[in-house]
Structures are given as structure tokens and as C-alpha cells.
Ligand binder design. Structure first.
Ligand SMILES: [Zn+2]
Length: 512
């Protein structure tokens, strides 16, 4: 007789029982259930398996596998509980722990929800390869079976198996094996579907919280107000719909079975932002929240925040605001920091404390601001008006040149020297093709080495005259700081003619 296998991480209870069937080699599904549970009426349920106390009794003494833990870690119950009235969640929990769980789906409104359950069990081919490598067998991961999850958070698209979620044979637990997998190639989906799957996994792992419908109503009202999606007391439904459509696209929404018809006053998105008279699926909540916050969404933290929100039981009363502090100066500081360093850069440039403060006290504003800024950052490219820049630079250069007209003692006039002395960033030297006026200026006024050497000879000659010295080759070279090795031919020629002229003049003077 085999024991019920220990579940792998995030394995469905359904899958654990299916593996038990494989190990025990029992071909009759009813006999299998009788051997395991002493019952032939036990019904297979993929998302929400019942009789958990009975199943947990097989793990006697294992504190990690109590009935409650089986419910939270190995069924899809955590995806539904935070989004229905806590009393309903409690009834469903009791039903799944001690009963057959048949009414669970009805109570959760799952069957009536606009979100359709998957028809076939899904799987990720690449995760299967990893499972085989690690465990030498395959199992059904619960995340794959969540409605609306079409992608593995790590690898991309999920595939449909041949196993029906609601099999006609309600006592059959189908194991994941090659015979149920079609030979097809998974197509690659946009990254946002992968992110959605990631958030679904976070929901599955999130601590249990009680959230009342009034708290959800108050949360969405407050959210719209914080994001400026309101006209006074009224929600700007068009603005909300625009953001959700822009993020998911009409096609994406229809693909997830959650199209939004803006012309219909009772479309699900509008009712989500009104008083909650019925529960919404986790998928509806996630689609909206991900469209608003994208990669900045902290869904687990958000559930905790909403569960602590105050709310008014009386219709028409103002919903009490959640714990929330606004410090405009702190918002402004963050805006300046982001403008300078970007969202990620600001946190790494000494503004991490400010970020944490805002995250704790002003989270919705922070997330919305960061989200908007990240997107703008991608689109916005600095536009340089090169003509205006060229004109401004060349004016500065010409002014400097005019002041230098009569100064012979300045260092060699190079591009670098000009740039440094008119405060133009040196990086702009590489942009000279875009600065034609500056280029013309440099062609005209920058000195070659020869020109600079000749200027130094001129200065040296002036100094000779000033101090009544004869022009001697060695003297001029020393005054002009010119070594024989470095002197250029044309400079040497000039020096030679200066000295020769002076010698001729001396001869002429002496012969007069
Ligand atoms: Zn995967």
C-alpha cells in the first residue's frame, strides 16, 4: 500500500492524487479513491479540491501539511478569498476542508463570473523539463491552471494539454504524462502576460487577509482620486478605460475574456470603480492594477493595505481615507531627484530613504508618478537645436578672439584652448560636423605648430629690441623656448632671415 505522495512546490492536490494513482497501479478510479479515502464518491476538482482534512490525515504528524496548509499552498483558493466577502471565504474554506467542495465554486461566484475557467489543463514545456531533471517525474503546477494565466512567469507561453478541467469522468485524476501533451510549439507572448502570471503567483503565495466589499469600493474610489481620474466626486470612467485599453489593447482584453464596451454603462470596469455589489475575479483586479502600476505593483502589500482600510457601512457616506500622509515637499524632492537621475538612478543616488518614506506613506502617488515617468523617459529624447547652439558658441568664440587680437603671449590657440576658455563642454569637439560656424572659426583661427613657433619668434624679437640686444640665433631661440630638434623648417627659415637681415643691417651701419 502506497502513501499519498508529498506535494511538490505549488502542486495541485488534484495532481498529488493523480501521482498516487500512477504509483499504486490501480486502474479503477473508484477503487483508487476507496483505497485512499474509504470513499467512492470523492470528486476530482482541479482548482478547489474538497475533503482536505481527510487527505491531510495521510500526512499525520507533518505540520507543513495540515488541511489548512493544503488549501493555501496546493489549491487555487488564495486567488479567490481576498476578493469575496470574508464570510463567503470562510464558508468556502469550511466546505473544502470537511466537505466535498462542490458548492465552493458557486459560492465564490466563479461559475457565474465573466471570467471563464480554462477548458483544458495547461502546462509549461520548459518547466516540465526542469521538473523531470529535478524530480524525475512531472506534476501539475497550480499557477498554470489559473484563469487568465496564459504564460509561465519565467519561460513564456503555456500550452494546452488534452486533459479536461471538468472531465465527464468526475472521479478521474489525470496525471501529467507524455500521452496528454500535444506536439505543438508554444508561441511567444508579450512580456506583460508573463508579468501577469508573476503577479498571480504572488497572490497565490500572499498571506491570508479579510477584505470586505466596502473596502474594495473605498480603495478604487481613493485610487481614482489619487491618480487624478475623477471629476469631483465622480469617477472619470473614460480616463480609467483609456489607461486599461492602452496597456492591454482591446485585443489583449478580448483574449483574456474581459473585453470592455465603453458604450455599456454596466461594463465590468465601470462597476469595479462603483460600489461593489458583487465580487470581482482576481483577474479583473489584476488587469486594472497592472495597467496602472505595471512593474511597480506590490500586490501583496496592496492586499494588506486594503484589508486595513476604513470604510463606511452606510450608503452615501464618504469612504474614510486609508492611512495616508501627504507631504508636498517630499513629493517635490522625489520629482526633482527623478528628473535628474531617473526612477532607478534616484534610489541609487542618495534618495533611497525618501523613496522608502513615500512608499510607506504615499504609495499610490509614488507608483503612479514613477510609472508615468518611466514611460515618458522611454519616449522623450532630448531635441537639440544645433543651429541655435552653433550660433551661440560661435558668438562666444568671436568675442574671445577679438580680445586676443593684440595679445601675442597667449599659449597656442587650439580648439581645446578655445573650448575651455569659452566654457563649451569638450564633448562638443566631436560634434563639429553639426556646428558648421564653429568649424569655420576653428579653420580660420586655430594655430598650427609652425604659426605658433613663428609667433614666439616675433615675441622674442620684440623682447630683444626692448632690451637692446642684438638678434642672435641662440638668443632668439632661448627667448622663444625653441629647441633645435623641435623647430619646424618654416620657423627655422624665418629665424634665419631675421638673423641675416640684422647682420646685413649691422654691416651696412658699419660701412656707412
Ligand atoms: Zn515555465
Amino acid at each position: 500500500m502506497f502513501d499519498l505522495p508529498i506535494p511538490y512546490r505549488d502542486e495541485l492536490i488534484y495532481s498529488v492524487i493523480a501521482r498516487y494513482g500512477v504509483y499504486s497501479l490501480e486502474l479503477s478510479p473508484k477503487q483508487l479513491l476507496y483505497n485512499l479515502l474509504g470513499s467512492k464518491t470523492f470528486v476530482a476538482a482541479v482548482a478547489l479540491q474538497g475533503h482536505l482534512q481527510l487527505l491531510a490525515s495521510h500526512y499525520q504528524g507533518n505540520a507543513k501539511l495540515t488541511a489548512e496548509k493544503l488549501l493555501k499552498q496546493y489549491t487555487l483558493y488564495p486567488l479567490y478569498a481576498p476578493f469575496v466577502h470574508p464570510e463567503i471565504a470562510q464558508r468556502v474554506k469550511n466546505d473544502l476542508l470537511s466537505g466535498n467542495g462542490c458548492s465552493a465554486e458557486l459560492q465564490l461566484g466563479k461559475a457565474a463570473s465573466v471570467v471563464k475557467s480554462p477548458v483544458y489543463l495547461k502546462y509549461c514545456p520548459r518547466c516540465l523539463a526542469m521538473q523531470l531533471d529535478k524530480y524525475k517525474e512531472w506534476y501539475w503546477h497550480r499557477l498554470w491552471q489559473a484563469p487568465g494565466v496564459v504564460s509561465c512567469p519565467v519561460h513564456g507561453s503555456l500550452m494546452q494539454s488534452a486533459v479536461h478541467v471538468h472531465s465527464l469522468h468526475k472521479h478521474v485524476f489525470s496525471a501529467l504524462n507524455p500521452s496528454v501533451l500535444p506536439a505543438a510549439v508554444a508561441e511567444q507572448l508579450p512580456a506583460k502576460f508573463q508579468r501577469l502570471a508573476g503577479y498571480t503567483q504572488v497572490l497565490l503565495d500572499a498571506p491570508e487577509v479579510d477584505i470586505y466589499p466596502e473596502q474594495w469600493s473605498a480603495f478604487y474610489r481613493a485610487l481614482a482620486t489619487r491618480l487624478g481620474l475623477n471629476h469631483g466626486k465622480h469617477i472619470d470612467h473614460t480616463g480609467v478605460s483609456h489607461i486599461v485599453h492602452k496597456y492591454w489593447s482591446a485585443l489583449g482584453l478580448s483574449w483574456l475574456g474581459l473585453s470592455i464596451d465603453d458604450g455599456v454603462d454596466s461594463n465590468w470596469l465601470k462597476t469595479l470603480f462603483r460600489k461593489h455589489r458583487k465580487a470581482f475575479s482576481y483577474l479583473q483586479h489584476l488587469l486594472v492594477l497592472q495597467a496602472f502600476f505595471d512593474e511597480h505593483l506590490d500586490i501583496a502589500g496592496l492586499l494588506t493595505d486594503v484589508s486595513k482600510m476604513g470604510y463606511s457601512q452606510e450608503p452615501g457616506n464618504q469612504p474614510a481615507a486609508p492611512p495616508h500622509t501627504v507631504e508636498l515637499a517630499k513629493r517635490q524632492n522625489w520629482q526633482h531627484a527623478v528628473a535628474r537621475y531617473g526612477v532607478k538612478g534616484a534610489r541609487q543616488s542618495g534618495f533611497a530613504d525618501l523613496y522608502i518614506w513615500l512608499y510607506r506613506h504615499d504609495k499610490f502617488w509614488l507608483m503612479a508618478f514613477n510609472q508615468a515617468h518611466t514611460k515618458q523617459g522611454i519616449k522623450r529624447k532630448p531635441k537639440v537645436d544645433w543651429y541655435q547652439r552653433d550660433l551661440a558658441y560661435v558668438k562666444r568664440l568671436i568675442r574671445l578672439r577679438n580680445t586676443l587680437e593684440l595679445s601675442l603671449e597667449v599659449p597656442r590657440l587650439t580648439k581645446n584652448w578655445y573650448f575651455l576658455h569659452v566654457n563649451i563642454p569638450l564633448s562638443q569637439i566631436k560634434q563639429l560636423e553639426r556646428l558648421p560656424l564653429c568649424k569655420l572659426f576653428f579653420n580660420k583661427y586655430c594655430e598650427t605648430i609652425e604659426e605658433y613657433q613663428c609667433r614666439r619668434i616675433a615675441v622674442a624679437c620684440i623682447n630683444c629690441v626692448r632690451h637692446h640686444h642684438d638678434y642672435r640665433s641662440w638668443r632668439i631661440q632661448r627667448l622663444a623656448r625653441l629647441s633645435k630638434d623641435r623647430i619646424r623648417p618654416i620657423t627655422a627659415e624665418l629665424l634665419g632671415s631675421v638673423v641675416t637681415n640684422e647682420a646685413n643691417e649691422q654691416i651696412q651701419k658699419s660701412t656707412r
